[in-house]
Design a protein around this ligand. Sequence first.
Ligand code: PHE
Length: 444
Amino acid sequence: MAQDVNREHWGSRVGFILAAAGSAVGLGNIWRFPYITGQNGGAAFVLVYLALVFIIGFSVMLAEMSIGRKAQLNAVGSFQKLRGGMWPLIGWMGVAAGFIILSFYAVIGGWTIKYFIHTFTGLMADAAGGKAGDVFVGFITDTVQVVIYQAAFMLVTTWVVFRGIGEGIERYCKILMPALFIILLVLIGRSVTLEGAEKGLEFYLRPDFSKITGGTIAAALGQAFFSLSLGMGCMITYGSYVDRKTALPSAAIQVCFLDTMVAVLAGLAIFPAVFAFGVDAGAGPGLTFVTLPSVFAQMPGAMTWSGLFFALLFIAALTSAISLLEVVSAYFIDKGWSRAQAAWIMGILIFALGIPSAMSLAGAPKVAGKDFLDAMDFISSNVLLPLGGVFISLFVGWFWTSEAKQEVTNDGSLSFGFMGLWIWICRIVAPAAILYIFYTGLKW
Ligand code: PHE
């Protein structure tokens, strides 16, 4: 069994938080959050989302981090070491979810590379002429191109995981996360001053509670798990690289906070523009890729901003994709494979599974009426991740409670004011709420 001394660890507390935030902040915040919000009625959805993040999301994140740090192993190995029995199945489900999510995530990751390059080869002129929508549809239905960019994205992801998690990722994140943040603020400034922006602000900021249905809440829950990288052992794996001195509760809250802030800001950049350019707010996956180029085209230095934005979106996607592949690879590495074997073999298999998703943008294949990509997204985000969250909560709330308490307080050396509350959320609130939301709201 791996000992602390042999295992690679984050260089610093900040490094860990930024790597975990790098995992959390990704396409889920900037690409997925706005379009899911658009499809689910706007502001009311955002409020439900915030509540779910800070009650359930935070609790599950802390549970995952404490499991991983205690065991110092991958998602499957952690449960094996701490309790055994059927528990490792949770880890297996997580590895499967990581596999599935990365398969379609890399397709969208490829879009960011395409849009970065195309910024300098005509995108701005087309967007200025109101043709951003046509450009987008033309691209995603060109399967060969989509697969090439998907392959490029997987190649970079696999290469970074193969190189190891240490210095590279930590140093990257420290520079790039603040940069992303600043660019977002500038974009918001441009977006909210566009003519017709008020309608978008109203849609995004004024809640209409009649829009909240079981389906809305289920979508918010799926989005929270996806965006926070929860329910699949990612935070267990990253937690396993944390040293004994780091305070987990404050790390977990900071990651939740950063992640949520970027998502909310992305909505603020996108919705005013959506309404200003007359795009349908419920347009789905193309929302960001159609509206933002239109905004950039209206700004002086259009290419610079667009190039910068898509470069950063690529990096945000990359730091998340790395964590997905790391979950899968860590399992095989702890099993004795070399890092090179684990990363490259899994990278290739995940790429292969992603090809039907890439093709489905042009119309086929479908799974029970849904595009393959949407189906993969639905199964992982709305089913596997919340289900993983239920079992992780139950594990901490009922079966590993006193050890969990020790772990989050670093063996009693720091205090955690919400201990009782956290345990009860893990015990009852989170599992019951997630199962109830499933039961009432899960709609294919
Ligand atoms: N949280 C990432 C995002 O928002 C996606 C992700 C999900 C990463 C699950 C790791 C695990 O883009």
